[in-house]
Design a protein around this ligand. Structure first.
Ligand code: FAS
Ligand code: PHB
Length: 389
């Protein structure tokens, strides 16, 4: 079999890239090692930047998002007894869209199904080969049969634990990593959100986030030590901790109920450089990870795919390799800005007992400065709504 681009991974990065390439007449095949239900079962991001909204519109998959998504003009930060509403719209003229990654992925899957696109699920042992030359190829196994696809380019959209970055020769990639000593325990529950906007809280017990997926489906998180066993946390214990950490005002109106999903995400900052190895590209979580505090993970995948799809479409349309040659440096410039912001939001909003009382005073002074300075609020707001692509 031959195609122009093989995409490894049918998460949001891979499917968005595939949809944009298709709309510009570039042939591609997507190889996904799991089945669609598994991909949809992972509850992840909840906030879309305008850049991602624009990408979904360009991909022709934004109709349900505009119907069911929740545009948010701001959010609240609470550090100790201080609460501050970040007026995103007032400070930047922009807002964010609350619409779960699961829904984004479902909309992309539906668009692929509607055009009978080549997305091969349950593809085992996907292996990118010969990408250091001009004739890359990918092999995979399905139903016990080994298949080979010859192509021009391979796009590794296979996430942090994927095969693409792992296939790059030792020494060809530099990895930058910071692992945090805590994770986020998240629950999803069919209860009314505690507020009409998100609340990020840094309490002496730890971080908490009140988010949502709709006006009847809430998403909450609490900071837990790295390595925590999620089964050690009953729903009741989680609700009680959320009431403590989000404060009396939220506790008084918090609706509680059974969790329909409960999981712990580890927190790390990670960047691989470069994001290109001959005819192999890395995009999305395959190339970088941010702590979810700044709601950047999924949105960084969007800017990667913006640069990569533009470069590939230009390669086939205008016979120019300028775009693909510039991909890695263009993507990394925006990635590192999001890494900085996500790290900064994480250091502001989490408890670091190992850093002692001085760190706690620094966090309080950060909050005091934010509360007293429109300039400081504007810096936070312009990063949260998303820096330009
Ligand atoms: P993904 O990991 O989503 O998708 C990669 C796909 O490749 C998967 O379907 C996988 O099955 C497939 N794959 C892997 N290896 C393969 C192989 N060898 N062969 C074929 N296919 C392969 N971001 C936020 O903004 N907010 C959050 O709250 C948030 N929470 C998160 C919680 C967790 C547990 C994780 C892991 C991430 C979270 N993120 C969050 C970040 C997340 O949203 C990612 O940024 C987003 O999923 C990136 O999408 P992809 O790059 O498509 O990677
Ligand atoms: C979510 O709703 O899952 C969410 C929202 C904002 C974040 C992280 C996660 O910063």
């Amino acid at each position: 079999m031959r195609t122009q681009v093989v995409i490894i991974g049918a998460g949001p990065s891979g499917l968005l890239l595939s949809q944009l390439l298709h709309k510009s007449g570039v042939d591609c095949v997507v190889l996904e090692r799991r089945d669609p239900d598994y991909v949809l079962s992972r509850i992840r991001a909840g906030v879309l930047e305008q850049g991602m909204v624009d990408m979904l519109e360009r991909a022709g998959v934004s109709e349900r998002m505009h119907k069911e998504g929740l545009p948010h003009d701001g959010f609240t930060i609470a550090v100790g007894d201080n609460r501050l509403r970040m007026d995103l719209k007032g400070l930047t003229g922009k807002n964010v869209m609350v619409y779960g990654q699961t829904e984004v992925t479902k909309d992309l899957m539906d668009a692929h199904d509607a055009r009978d696109a080549e997305v091969i699920y349950d593809a085992e042992n996907v292996t990118p080969l010969d990408f250091d030359g001009d004739n890359p190829r990918v092999t995979y196994e399905k139903d016990g049969v080994t298949h080979e696809i010859a192509c021009d380019f391979i796009c590794g959209c296979d996430g942090f634990h994927g095969v693409s970055r792992a296939s790059v020769p030792d020494g060809a990639v530099t990895e930058y990593e910071k692992v945090y000593p805590f994770g986020w325990l998240g629950i999803l529950s069919y209860v009314k959100p505690v507020d009409h906007e998100l609340i990020y809280a840094n309490h002496a017990n730890g971080f908490a986030l009140a988010s949502m997926r709709s006006d009847i489906l809430s998403r909450y998180y609490i900071q837990v030590p790295a390595g925590t066993d999620v089964n050690k946390w009953s729903d009741e214990a989680i609700w009680n901790e959320l009431k403590i950490r989000l404060g009396a005002e939220a506790a008084a109106k918090m609706e509680t109920g059974p969790s329909i999903e409960k999981s712990i995400a580890p927190l790390r900052s990670f960047v691989a450089e470069p994001l290109r190895f001959g005819r192999l590209f890395l995009a999305g979580d395959a190339g970088h990870i941010v702590p979810p505090t700044g709601a950047k993970g999924l949105n960084l995948a969007a800017s990667d795919i913006h640069y990569l799809s533009e470069g590939l479409i230009e390669f086939y349309g205008e016979k120019s390799s300028a775009g693909v040659d510039a991909y890695s440096s263009r993507a990394l410039a925006r990635i590192w800005k999001a890494e900085r912001f996500s790290w900064w939001m994480t250091t502001l909003l989490h408890q670091f007992p190992e850093l002692g009382a001085f760190n706690a005073k620094i966090q309080q002074s950060e909050m005091d400065y934010l509360a007293s300075s429109k300039a400081a609020q504007t810096v936070l707001a312009e990063n949260y709504v998303g820096l330009p692509f």
